[in-house]
Design a protein around this ligand. Sequence first.
Ligand code: PMP
Length: 433
Amino acid sequence: MSPRVSEIDQEHVWHPYASVPAAETPHVVREASGTRLRLETSDGVRHDAVDAMSSWWSAIHGYRHPVLDEAARNQLDRFSHVMFGGLTHEPAARLAESLVAVTPDPLQRVFFADSGSVSVEVALKMCLQYWRSRGYPEKRRILTWRGGYHGDTFHAMTVCDPEGGMHALWDGTLPRQVFADAPPADHGSVPDPGYVSHLTELIREHADELAAVIVEPVVQGAGGMRFHHPEYLRALRAATERHGLLLVFDEIATGFGRTGEMFAAEHAGVAPDVMCVGKALTGGYISLAATLCTAEVADGIASGDVPVLAHGPTFMGNPLACAVAEASLGLLESGEWRTSVSRIEDGLRAGLEPARGIPGVRDVRTLGAIGVVQLDRNVDMRAATMAALEEGVWLRPFGELIYAMPPYVCDSADVARITDGMVAAARASLGER
Ligand code: PMP
């Protein structure tokens, strides 16, 4: 059956950053449970692979978790969707309350979006509309740092790394934002005071035209898996406060424990005015994201001549997704994830040590349940992924990076398998097998 599935897929289905018909033949996932993907390659070979990617930061509790399955089933027995206009429901209300409780204190209002990119669109709209409502329509540019990634929709793209291919493609059609240099990748060492001055100075210079600053706290993900010092977030908070700008943290990838804190901003002990969450919000089960903001931002928007936030997707607050997200937050409540993430961090660090000695490996780094091996050249995708699959691991490298962000339910044997798979992928990619 599977070869047929992959043929149909290859001919008709658009994959991320791909053409159709596709150049790459995707493997077919037949089942997923716990930490495992049961997949079949196009030549019919079956693999039982640990998913080192957690469906990109999302499946933190693994696949088919009994608690999440039950939450979905229970809600399915009631109703799967009703649109919000004039109606509400318990899953959305309860989840909003739980999100407000678990996120930094000043965040009090919740807009449910249907994907991470849309939650970023909403965050930027909130910021621009806030200033417009308060009589400063000229404050509509956004400052961010280079090397970032915030999604693929039009306004989200404007704050992605300007040197990334996507930006060049849309040159002339996107509003031009203000870019600071990428933060130095100096997590765990001393912060660079020169960089703090650069940030502070740029914010001062552009303050009159800026609505907000948006960044990914502590980890720049899709822009290079770079970990920076939390001090830069404190500097941003101080500078945005000084100049009365809004600060937006995109915690779509980093949220819900991935970096060892519930939210990455907690490494810095600062709270934003607006925050985006997604991905692991539903434990990776169903598309759902949210933009949270302070009462001041919401009240500011409400005080304008257009006193409503101009956004309203059909599937906002989908009850199935909200019920599963509430169950996922429930699983995190005991705090056991902290022990798991810290155990995974230790396992990744120890297991990736041998990669340091491989000629052609430029850097090896870990933070929370994230492990990265960076080569000095682009990864040979096919060689790397097949070498990892032979070790029983699903990896999906990009650029120079072989990286993993496994489900928190991985045991030590799973983590050892992942690091063996990453080392094998690095060797295969560098032609060392
Ligand atoms: N922001 C960050 C930091 C992300 O990592 C991503 C997804 N990789 C997004 C935004 C966009 O989220 P989505 O893919 O759900 O639209």
